[in-house]
Design a protein around this ligand. Structure first.
Ligand code: ZN
Length: 58
């Protein structure tokens, strides 16, 4: 089993993790209710996609 020769430094570890956070910033506003929705996905608040009702939400 391979074992790392050196412990990863704080800077190296943090630099690697700097990209982990970038994903969540992708968000759009729903045309119908104004909630944040992910692109190409049905709005979870009102169930509308491309101005059509495709989901029944209570
Ligand atoms: Zn909506």
């Amino acid at each position: 089993m391979p074992v790392p020769k050196k412990r990863t430094s704080r800077m190296k570890r943090n630099s690697r993790r700097a990209h982990d956070r970038l994903k969540l910033s992708v968000a759009q506003v729903c045309n119908n209710c104004g909630a944040f929705v992910l692109p190409h996905r049905v709005c979870q608040k009102c169930g509308i996609y491309k101005n059509e009702k495709v989901l029944t939400v209570n």
